[in-house]
Design a binder for this molecule. Structure first.
Ligand code: ATP
Length: 389
């Protein structure tokens, strides 16, 4: 179901002017604090009266200020998940979950509750009170409650930001399961590049009340999220683990990728972030060089910055970004269509992105050990890794 938004809203000195469309899957709304993300989803939910524009969902007009159309929030069939779980403390988890099921036919409720409780691994918590739950468990119940309201659209406003890295790592796969199994479009606000890289099927990047980029996560994250390092995301599959060498080999459309060892297994799909500043370019392949990663490509675009040039290299259909000095760009004759090689060291996976899957060993210990280790290391490269479908 498609969401179409074209709105203008003034709040004091701040003006939100946003036009974008969202589709099935998980659309991440990303951007710095104060860029208008929460205002936007409050408007979509109908919680704030729209001043000017239109919001259409699945062919139904929710707002049209010119025609005076306004569908109230309770008729929009939206499930909302906030930073904090906001559960009713005086009733059980089961009663919290049942609270939103008014739209579900009575006969279907028990089976639906059992399925969602299983999906979110909260079936053993149903008779407990929220006060006895961990932060992660509370948030999984909040996700369950939103799902059980039989929504047509799920809005999530930084649902993981109050949790520490290990808990985040536990819940990320739950959100992935919701995204993949429920078929409900999700609009997901996040500041975390790792979360966006891992979860998003589409990104809407915002800055100062404007949509500055939309598209697949690779392109939008690589070039458009303000304050983030430029770089490229490469989808890859772990092909080999070279235990003795502390390395893993992954296959990607761009070519083979060497990664520093991490607790993932062969066959896992990962999304690897390669920062543009870490990529060297060469004409021809230098023989004596330590960089393990060597991807061949063709220059697809060149962006002139104040002090450097960002080169977009098409490597087998995947984009790799390299940041080089103007002098190097001139020396190598960099221009669209020129064949070049991208060289970079083995890349490290971001510990936050590791997670535990049902039936797999608990990686949260490994993740936090890795986090401690990475804090004490000056990281050469940062890699966002995600296990995907
Ligand atoms: N009721 C209001 N009156 C005046 N200004 C407001 C009001 N609500 C929000 N704003 C302003 O609108 C701007 C956008 O706020 P909003 O909460 O949508 O941003 P955000 O991108 O969600 O930020 P964050 O990531 O910090 O939650 C901010 O400058 C904020 O101060």
């Amino acid at each position: 179901m498609t969401l179409q938004v074209d709105i203008t809203q003034k709040q004091g000195d701040f003006t939100l002017r946003a036009a974008f469309s969202g589709a099935d899957g998980l659309t991440a709304l990303s951007g710095p604090s104060g860029s208008g993300k929460t205002t936007l989803i409050n408007l979509i939910a109908g919680l704030v009266p729209l001043q000017e524009g239109r919001i259409v969902f699945g062919g139904t007009v929710w707002n049209d200020t010119r025609k005076g159309i306004f569908v109230p929030p309770h008729r929009r069939r939206i499930g909302y998940v906030f930073q904090e779980a906001r559960l009713f403390p005086h009733i059980s988890v089961r009663a919290n979950l049942a609270y939103g099921m008014g739209r579900v036919p009575k006969a279907e409720r028990p089976a639906r509750m059992a399925r969602v409780a299983g999906l979110l691994r909260i079936d053993h918590l149903l008779d407990r009170r929220p006060s006895g739950l961990s932060g992660g468990e509370k948030q999984r119940v909040a996700l369950g409650r939103a799902l059980l309201s039989a929504p047509d659209l799920l809005l999530m406003d930084e649902p993981l930001s109050a949790l520490d890295a290990a808990l985040k790592a536990e819940i990320l796969p739950d959100i992935e399961r919701i995204r993949d199994a429920e078929g409900i479009p999700i609009l997901y606000i996040s500041h975390s590049m790792e979360e966006v890289a891992r979860l998003a099927t589409r990104v809407v990047a915002m800055e100062a009340g404007r949509v500055v980029a939309t598209g697949g996560p690779e392109a939008a994250l690589a070039s458009a999220i303000p304050g983030k390092r430029a770089g490229a995301f490469l989808d890859a599959t772990i092909a080999e683990i070279m235990d003795g060498e502390g390395l893993m080999l992954a296959r990607s459309a761009a070519g083979p990728l060497y990664l520093l060892a991490a607790p993932v297994s062969v066959g896992k799909a990962v999304r690897v972030f390669v920062p543009a500043s870490e990529v060297m370019l060469s004409v021809g392949l230098p023989q004596e060089i330590s960089a393990l990663n060597r991807l061949s490509g063709t220059v697809a675009g060149v962006k002139e910055g104040a002090a450097s040039v960002t080169v977009e290299l098409d490597c087998g259909g995947e984009t790799v970004l390299a940041e080089v000095t103007r002098r190097s760009a001139e020396r190598l004759g960099i221009a669209p269509g020129v064949a070049l090689n991208a060289l970079f060291k083995a890349v490290r996976m971001e510990p936050e992105s590791l997670f535990r899957q049902t039936g797999q060993p608990d990686l949260s210990e490994a993740a936090s050990a890795e986090a401690r280790q990475s804090r004490s290391l000056s990281m050469v490269l940062r890699v966002a890794c995600s296990m995907r479908r």
